[in-house]
Write a protein that binds this ligand. Sequence first.
Ligand code: AMP
Length: 426
Amino acid sequence: MANLKFQTLLGMHDTLPQDQAYFLKVRKSVESVVNYYSFSRIDTPILEMTEVFVKGTGVDTDIVEKEMYSFRTKGGDMVALRPEFTPGIVRSYIENGMFNLPQPVKLWTMGPCFRHERPQAGRYRQFTQLDLEILGDASASTDGQIIQMSYDILKELSFKNLSIEVNSIGDSECRPYFKKILTSYFKSKKSSLCSNCQRRLKDNPLRILDCKDEKCQRIKAGAPQIVDHLCEACHAHFKQVLEFLDELELPYVLNPYLVRGLDYYTKTVFEIVDKSENGESQGTLIGGGRYDNLVKLMGGRNTPACGAAGGIDRIINLMKAKEVKTLKVEEPQVFLAQLGQLAKRKSLKLFEEFRNAKIPVAESFSKDSLKAQLRSANKINAKYVLIFGQKEALEDFITLKNMETGDQEEIKIDKIVEEIKKRIKK
Ligand code: AMP
């Protein structure tokens, strides 16, 4: 492989025809859930002004600081390939005046995102994300609904061993105070922190809780917990969210150190992971939370909101490892076989006529032998084979073979579409 002239870029992969069935299954499950919950589909451009993510995702995040594909266009604009959906959707909500619609506005989307990360299992540079957003609702039931939907989607896809981790990271009222407490705790252990966290200590001590370094994890285990320092409003909100999760009987666990890597979250944050053993660990499958300040921060009105994002590639990797069955493509009941040059030419036209009549027909025009074509027809279990040979083509009729009974009859070519229509209706 090493001496191939062209290869996919590091961290990017093709989705080959044989993998499309997984995507189809995921899309169908997602659609069944989002439609039930009355979400509308939105599609935003892959390319946005870089500033959308600097402001939205947050200038201090790894995503913006290190991972974003950001570049200057020939026209001189700074643009970025979206590393996530939320800032683009918020931009669209404001730009298209969606605050004038009855609130909340429930939106969903799915598509490619890009992050220049170090590729590893379940971590790519181009990956497909699913995104759910509810804008314009401050109530805890919204958080509950987003978590329930995320869980439902994975359940629909046959994930049985899921764990939902939840936490509250407070808001602008209580978080600054907690940051101070946390900073003084970590300062007392500064020399034992990894070099990244020593730097984070100054601007973003919460992110130390996210660090995967073993030493930092040990120190984290003794750190103060934000749930003990929430203001009254955040505390009440979190309590209600947990009551909803209890009522919904969702298998959640409290993770007091869950902070997630994005700056905009307020109050609830959650992550769903698969706990079963089969397949290489893929990390978080779906994660999200509340972001009550983001719409205002990006120039809109004060709009509370809550959302979730899921990694489709990770979900599909696990579906493959678990050998989850994909949807069976329904094969046509009719097979068109041809023999000889004239018949082949006329077959192409007949094939088009069936398409116009919306009757699925299979063919193998590339094969010349009738035997090989009948083998193909058998493979898809075709009920009828239309045999179009030299004689038929000259005399404008077609031999219709019923594959179940073996009966054959001759039908005028201009009647065959109608005739098939009648028979496959039965
Ligand atoms: P985030 O936007 O970072 O909260 O990510 C949401 C979800 O997207 C994660 O839980 C993952 O499932 C998925 N995800 C994030 N980054 C990647 C990546 N580089 N490759 C594959 N999936 C990813």
